[in-house]
Design a protein around this ligand. Structure first.
Ligand SMILES: Cc1cc2nc3c(=O)[nH]c(=O)nc-3n(C[C@H](O)[C@H](O)[C@H](O)COP(=O)(O)OP(=O)(O)OC[C@H]3O[C@@H](n4cnc5c(N)ncnc54)[C@H](O)[C@@H]3O)c2cc1C
Length: 439
């Protein structure tokens, strides 16, 4: 497996790998990662669908992107996904999955047309004090010291951030900025989360900095992701003959450890259902109505009579973001494994960021391409972090339009900045600094 980008490999169709007709694939879990792996096996490895088995503990596919119609209470889903144009692996997948809604279109086309015609943005980014606008004026309001802190984090090597929290590297002054308000409310980061993950997010989504204040950075599916992504993907897989088994919990995978390789040879499983706790959602609804600014005297009645709120428990939902270090997560294909791979949020792959649909699909693609020796590169993580235009554009927005020379810097920094800018005068880089209004 290797990484690639650009059109050349994007449109290349890999040939069938040798021996694929004799292989079987067993995927643990029916979440997006496993569904994606199955689709790459069908499309790129050209494995017969009947040789692919998905073992899912619960009663329906989709994992975190679940969706369940409970006639007594309503339609239940966990969370909604913010998406973007540079989910390279995810869109590579969904270009091949037929839409259930739009005739003769793929899910990608349906999504593209929808976001083209109805782009996302917010007229009121945040509210405070029972519904009053936070009135952020689309500004980041980073002080010079806070901007420097953010810049230092951006350039810190991964190793120096292992097991550090955001609080270890950013100060109270930074938390006062609108940047932190946007960041927290968009990505669910808390101060005790991983500083490394925050840096990776900064780099990964650098090209969207300008769209954070009004949410124009984001794209959305027409409905929830269960209906808009999972259902078409499951239909595509079922039509291809992929075998789904629900109510199956995998409890172990047994290996033969041979010289130089590890071979998975048995999946241990239990059949039966994982039970949900019954509880009322009325208090959750009341809390939410209070924050929206609904008159307090009406809240109780509205929560009881006008809404049906079904609590969903996600006790580990931000566990992804806890401080981590190299070696905490297994590689997608651990050293020596010839027929076994880890998919999804807790497998390790460079440069991409967890808690994303893209990560699930990317690890799936890497696993299939590695184990099957697919003759095509996996699209690399979008390289905006290496694009000087994106860096300068992000700096422009982060400084709310201030020039570099207007920053209040310690004297040695200021002298170095002036000397550097003097050296660049008249060069192409100088032109870029002017274009992005940094000088
Ligand atoms: C609330 C929330 C908000 C999110 N927001 C965004 C967002 O804005 N943008 C974005 O891109 N991504 C977002 N994500 C992330 C993205 O939705 C998930 O990372 C992705 O869907 C995970 O897919 P997965 O297949 O890797 O794992 P999962 O969806 O967790 O699937 C794993 C499946 O395996 C099954 N399983 C587990 N153990 C066993 C076993 N032993 N035997 C059999 N089956 C088993 C489970 O029942 C489950 O169905 C969000 C996630 C959540 C929860």
């Amino acid at each position: 497996m290797y990484y690639t980008n650009g059109n050349y490999e994007a449109f290349a169709r890999p040939r069938k790998p040798q021996g694929v007709g004799e292989k079987q694939a067993w995927l643990v879990g029916g979440g997006l990662a496993s569904l994606a792996a199955a689709a790459f096996l069908v499309r790129d490895a050209q494995m017969d669908g009947s040789r692919i088995h998905i073992l899912e503990d619960s009663g329906l596919p989709g994992g975190a992107c679940d969706g369940l119609l409970r006639p007594d209470v309503g339609f239940v889903i966990r969370g909604g996904r913010e998406m973007e144009n540079h989910y390279e692996c995810l869109w590579d997948l969904f270009r091949s999955v037929p839409s259930l809604e739009v005739e003769d279109a793929s899910v990608l086309e349906e999504f593209y047309w929808l976001n083209h015609d109805d782009p996302n943005y917010s007229k009121n980014r945040a509210t405070l004090e029972q519904g009053a606008s936070a009135d952020t004026k689309n500004r980041f309001e980073l002080s010079d010291e806070a901007a420097l802190e953010l810049m230092r984090l951006f350039f810190t090597p991964d190793e120096a951030l292992y097991d550090k929290t955001i609080d270890d590297v950013l100060s109270e002054e930074f938390y006062q900025s609108n940047f932190w308000l946007y960041w927290q409310t968009m990505f669910a980061f808390e101060k005790w989360h991983s500083a490394l993950e925050m840096k990776l997010y900064l780099q990964r989504f650098l090209h969207h900095i300008g769209g954070l204040p009004d949410l124009s950075a984001l794209k959305f599916t027409r409905y929830n992701q269960y209906e808009s992504l999972i259902l078409p993907l499951v239909k595509f897989l079922e039509d291809s003959g992929v075998q789904f088994e629900y109510g199956v919990k995998v409890t172990n995978v047994l290996f033969h450890f041979l010289p130089g390789k590890k071979v998975a040879h048995q999946i241990v499983l239990e059949r039966g259902g994982k039970p949900m706790k019954d509880c009322t959602g009325a208090e959750i609804c009341m809390e939410w109505l209070y924050h929206l600014g609904v008159p307090e005297s009406e809240i109780g009645t509205l929560a009881a009579q006008a809404a049906s709120t079904v609590p969903c428990m996600m006790p580990y939902v931000t566990a992804f973001f806890m401080p981590r270090a190299a070696g905490d997560r297994p590689d997608v294909v651990p050293g020596g494994c010839v027929n076994f791979a880890f998919l999804g949020q807790f497998a390790e792959t460079p440069r991409d960021t967890i808690f994303t649909t893209e990560y699930s699909v990317r690890t799936a693609m890497e696993a299939v391409y590695t184990l099957l020796g697919i003759e095509r590169g996996v699209p690399e993580v979008y390289a905006s972090v290496y694009d000087v235009r994106c860096l300068l554009n992000a700096a422009h927005y982060l400084l709310d339009g201030r020039r570099l020379t207007e920053m209040k810097l310690p004297l040695p920094y200021k002298m170095a900045l002036h000397a550097g800018l003097e050296k660049l005068r008249g060069t192409t880089l100088d032109e870029l600094l002017v274009r992005y209004e940094l000088v």
